[in-house]
Design a protein around this ligand. Structure first.
Ligand SMILES: [Zn+2]
Length: 453
């Protein structure tokens, strides 16, 4: 079932060609126009004798789904990706964001990392399985959907609602995971096993209206400002989630001496607080692990007053809060009230539950084992994403979804700064590293029968 070196090189060349074509499809969301990418994928798949469908949730909002038929001895596996991208400011780009140029062995363009590179990798995986007549016990479904960058309503949300049987699966693989990170000179791969929940809310202060020339102590603007400052400085209580614990243990086990002891200190609230206060950890690690151990609150919008000489009776701030698995709006609000004190109204603005995938499933073990096999010096650890992806929609169908798009980046490349940033680009070497791993994972899982039975 293995490919030769030569065959892998050809497959990577082909992957790059598809990626360039996908970058040239202008699928900036809004408005999306993902049908262009969906149609391209469908054309490629149809030319190989497969039977993809393109379903539009609205004009131009195309979702492509294709299925490789297995014997049905075990439930399907879903490869899920999105074809829409975020907008660009072209004046800040070194190369055309929709050109798909290859410069310095990297493919440039909006979506190269998030996530057309992965769309192309999933496409190539499906094409290789099909061409090589790999005998599948599970169906392998590949869904390239619209609208992820704006919440997924017209993409995976639409499929979950209107066509659930097209995508029903035992487990799914999608974006944001499987990439490397260097800490203390050692290499780690982070596989995404959960997402924080969103609880965006308003803080409202009320006061006594009056004339600006006669100040008093019950000014809503001043009251609100106090709350905003407290929220900005707040460190909410430590909570050790399952994913954070596995991450900390995994990282510590791959280290020695002082770094190992420091990282182990993250397992306990008091030493963790000390490590964060003194910035004793590498900044990359601190930025990653702090949000995995705490709810966070970030004031982002303010509204108060209409006239310079009028003290308003009400002032509002909008706060973007992200909550850990195990937390709810109620537990967050209790923490927020402790921080800001009495006398404020809290009102939910938008809410989405946190998501925690099971660790230790056969798929999880397979992801870890295959990554490890391709980079024996590295350590694979789970992590919790601070943002939200389309994985949340799959929960409605009880499909666990891991962020797994295996890629090895050069250690000096801060790829996370390029996601949604200027000059987004992907090294071809990262794709060449990842494709065989994804192919092996999918092949083993889909030919291996039921792991759960
Ligand atoms: Zn994405």
């Amino acid at each position: 079932m293995q490919l030769t070196e030569q065959e892998w090189m050809q497959a990577v060349d082909e992957l790059v060609t598809h990626l360039q074509a996908l970058i040239r499809c202008r699928t900036v969301n809004p408005p999306g126009n993902e049908s262009e990418a969906a149609t391209y994928l469908a054309r490629v798949l149809r030319a190989e004798g497969l039977e993809p469908v393109v379903l539009e949730s609205a004009p131009g909002r195309g979702n492509m789904v294709v299925r490789l038929q297995g014997t049905g001895e075990a439930p399907p596996l879903l490869l899920l990706s999105h074809t829409d991208v975020v907008p660009v400011e072209p004046e800040h780009w070194t190369h055309d964001p929709f050109g798909g140029d290859i410069v310095d062995d990297m493919v440039w363009g909006r979506g190269a990392l998030d996530m057309k590179g992965i769309v192309a990798m999933q496409l190539m995986t499906v094409l290789l399985l099909h061409r090589r007549h790999v005998p599948l016990k599970r169906d392998v479904i590949f869904a390239a959907t619209a609208d992820e960058e704006a919440g997924g309503e017209y993409g995976i949300g639409y499929l979950v609602r209107e066509h659930p049987d097209l995508i029903r699966a035992e487990v799914a693989l999608s974006e944001f995971g499987g990439f490397n990170l260097e800490l203390y000179g050692r290499r780690f791969y982070l596989v995404q096993a959960g997402e924080k929940g969103i609880c965006q809310f308003k803080v409202r202060a009320r006061g006594t209206p009056g004339h600006g020339s006669t100040p008093h102590q019950d000014n809503a603007v001043v009251k609100l400002a106090r709350a905003v400052v407290r929220l900005g400085n707040a460190r909410l209580p430590y909570r050790r989630t399952r994913i954070a614990e596995a991450f900390i243990q995994g990282v510590a086990n791959h280290l020695e001496g002082l770094p190992q002891r420091l990282v182990r200190g993250l397992l306990h609230p008091t030493s963790a607080a000390f490590l964060f206060r003194t910035h004793a950890l590498p900044s990359q690690l601190e930025r990653l692990i702090y949000p995995m151990l705490h709810n966070t609150v970030t004031p982002t919008m303010l509204q108060a007053g209409q006239k310079v000489n009028l003290i308003p009776s009400v002032a509002e701030a909008v706060v973007d809060a992200r909550i850990l698995p195990g937390e709810t709006q109620e537990t967050l609000f209790a923490q927020v009230r402790t921080v800001i004190g009495e006398g404020y109204e809290l009102e939910v603005y938008a809410y989405g539950d946190p998501l925690e995938q099971p660790l230790g499933t056969p798929m999880w073990q397979l992801l870890v084992e295959r990554l490890q096999a391709h980079d024996p010096d590295a350590q694979v650890v789970p992590f919790l994403l601070t943002g939200a992806t389309d994985a949340k929609w799959l929960r409605q169908l009880d499909i666990p979804c891991y962020g797994f798009a295996p890629m090895r980046f050069p250690p000096d490349m801060n790829f996370r700064a390029l996601v949604h940033g200027h000059d987004e680009r992907i090294p071809i070497s990262a794709l060449a590293f990842g494709l065989p791993i994804l192919y092996e994972v999918v092949t083993r899982y889909a030919t291996g029968g039921s792991f759960t039975g």
